[in-house]
Design a protein around this ligand. Structure first.
Ligand code: ADP
Ligand code: MG
Length: 598
């Protein structure tokens, strides 16, 4: 008997489901895309328990006649392409004919549909890929698909489902991403009988963008609108003052399909070059249109990735359009930055801000050595274990800081307003001022948190912050923990919060970016109350925002305060992210380099 067999259909559908249906949000994506392909103007998405027990998508689209409905649940059955050539001119979201049979093979699946002209609707019930019932049913024109107990017959996958909040977060993200691209369609998202979102149809695309991404961004977007012979693009770009720590605020649509595309993303960031620092991302929504035959959408089963025929051309056009739009928005103020990555005006502002704050921390926590710099006693000689070791090795670094004598270094000055250059008895030391201050603040915050000394400052004008569904849920869970850290936040209805008081070190800062970064970080690592790593991450972000920056001129007193505080730290060798705080060269190393000795 032959060893090779053709798989039974149910099994092959289940295998396809492995690719197409990764989690509840994938079901939502496929069903909503089908509704859009069917010309719907109203789509209602109802979910229970994060999609574990129920996902229902109802639309007012074309609906299906019974024979079509029966075909629709067959593998490779699609109304969207007919012949070879169609594959290269795809204008619909679906075309692979896999979604419905895949979903039906791993759930209890109910399809109710009626085409406008038909007298009655059709109901089809499928369980784990087997058709249980086909019957007439009274129904309005359109289609309603209900998916119950997703993965009930694939326990391994069901086990991989995350918490209700996490899965619901993915679903809300999916619906939001699709809704961004279809302003003329009304979307409603309901979870456990609560209406989470109701985006009504709007004629102005900008209204939908603000509806979905939050009113907080209103007025902070610049419109990019261009067309060339190979590409048309309309988009909304956040002004560089809006910074996010992940690229999650970037939405790219190619021929109305929401995609993750590295070429476009890269081009977008390139367009922002010089305006955002490394690790900072804009918020942007880009709609790109290219001729259908210039893009391959059949690269991945989830159709989330695409390939452009002329990648380089697309890249350069997008980057240039983004750069030009931002340049125009700057008006005359803007000069392309080469070295500095921040606009001069905002840089000045930050410096002033950070400086006041620096003085405060200093006064608050450290008594500055009075006899500095003239009369400071004999510094301890930092002898490294191996003076012949040339590069500043880990061993040497350790030898330096375990003696804790930063306060006794002679400060030569500031290098590029970023590094503090010092002399020790046996060498030269460069200290990264931001890394050092970050370490100091981190440890201070940590010890205060441990002893429940909050040192919170009330805000005179409370900051209001509006978040996406998933972020709002995370922040809600974090409120008690953040309170312990001196950050008092209260829910303010919907996904809005008000920041009542902040830790002293953030007193003169805008807190919204810190909170957004904290929440984004938690979305990434998965927040559970009391999780030490999560608390540390919060402290770390607060320290990072509170710390003096690179490119900031410091006074002698400030520098000395910093050095003394560094001596109070448990780990003055590295910043809390793990970067080194200082580099040191021994005289011997230097003399060897200058060939004074061999
Ligand atoms: P694809 O979208 O790739 O064609 P699907 O398995 O998602 O494959 O759907 C199969 C077919 O079922 C579609 O081609 C379409 O004709 C029909 N169909 C699916 N959902 C709907 C809907 N909501 N309204 C009308 N027709 C639908
Ligand atoms: Mg489809």
């Amino acid at each position: 008997m032959s060893k090779i067999k053709i798989l039974p259909e149910i099994l092959s559908n289940k295998i396809a489901a492995g690719e197409v249906v990764e989690r509840p949000s994938s079901v939502v994506k496929e069903l909503v895309e089908n509704s859009l392909d069917a010309g719907s103007t109203k789509i209602v998405i109802e979910v229970e328990k994060g999609g574990r027990s129920l996902i229902r998508v109802a639309d007012n689209g074309t609906g299906m006649r019974r024979d079509d409905a029966l075909l629709a649940i067959e593998r490779y059955a699609t109304s969207k392409i007919y012949k070879d050539a169609d594959l290269f001119t795809i204008g619909t979201l679906g075309f692979r004919g896999e979604a419905l049979p895949s979903i039906a093979s791993v759930s209890k699946f109910y399809l109710t549909t009626k085409a406008e002209a038909e007298p009655a609707g059709t109901e089809i019930i499928i369980e784990g890929g087997t058709i249980k019932k086909v019957s007439d049913i009274g129904a309005p024109a359109g289609t309603m698909i209900t998916v119950k107990q997703l993965f009930f017959n694939t326990p391994a996958r069901r086990k991989f489902l995350k918490t209700v909040n996490t899965e619901m977060g993915h679903i809300a993200d999916t619906v939001a991403s699709i809704a961004l691209g279809w302003p003329g369609v009304q979307f409603r998202l309901i979870h456990n009988n609560n209406m989470l979102k109701n985006w009504s149809a709007v004629s102005d695309h900008a209204d939908r963008i603000v509806d979905v991404l939050g009113k907080g961004l209103h007025g902070d977007f610049h419109l990019v609108d261009m067309s060339s012979d190979h590409l048309e693009m309309v988009g909304w770009l956040s002004s560089p003052s809006i910074k996010r720590s992940t690229s999650r605020g970037v939405y790219v649509y190619v021929n109305n399909r929401w995609v993750r595309d590295r070429v476009v993303q890269h081009a977008l960031f390139k367009g922002y070059e010089g305006r955002l620092m490394k690790g900072q991302f804009p918020v942007a929504v880009l709609f790109i249109r290219v001729p259908f035959d210039q893009v391959d959408v059949n690269v991945h089963p989830t159709k989330h990735e695409i390939r452009f025929a002329q990648q380089a051309k697309i890249h350069d056009t997008v980057a240039e359009a983004v750069a030009r739009t931002l340049r125009m928005a700057d008006g005359k103020q803007w000069t392309p930055a080469s070295l500095s990555t921040i606009q001069p005006s905002s840089n000045q502002h930050r410096i002033a801000e950070a400086k006041t704050h620096f003085d405060k921390t200093e006064a608050e926590t450290v008594s500055i050595k009075k006899d500095w710099p003239n009369n400071r006693g004999t510094p301890i000689l930092w002898q490294t274990s191996d003076p012949d070791d040339f590069s500043p090795s880990a061993v040497q670094q350790e030898a330096l800081w375990t003696k804790k004598r930063f306060g006794e270094l002679r400060v030569i000055g500031q290098f590029r307003n970023t590094y503090i250059l010092c002399e020790s008895l046996d060498g030269l030391v460069l200290i990264d001022q931001h890394a050092a201050h970050e370490r100091i603040l981190f440890e201070q915050l940590k010890s205060r948190a441990a002893t429940s000394q909050k040192a919170a400052q009330n805000r005179l004008v409370p900051e209001i912050i509006e978040l996406g569904y998933r972020e709002a849920k995370i922040l809600e869970d974090m409120i008690p923990n953040l309170h312990e850290l001196g950050l008092d936040i209260e829910p303010f209805g919907k996904n809005t919060f008000v920041i009542k008081s902040v830790p002293a070190l953030l007193e003169n800062k805008e807190v919204t970016p810190v909170v957004i970064e904290i929440v984004e970080k938690m979305a990434e690592i998965g927040f559970t109350p009391g999780l030490e790593k999560a608390i540390d991450e919060c402290l770390l972000l607060m320290a990072c925002h509170g710390a003096i920056r690179a490119n900031q001129k410091l006074s002698d007193t400030e520098i000395q305060g910093l050095m003394n505080q560094l001596d109070q730290c448990d780990v003055p060798s590295n910043c809390p992210h793990g970067r080194p705080i200082y580099i040191r060269w021994s005289i011997r190393e230097l003399e060897k380099s200058f060939k004074r000795i061999v």
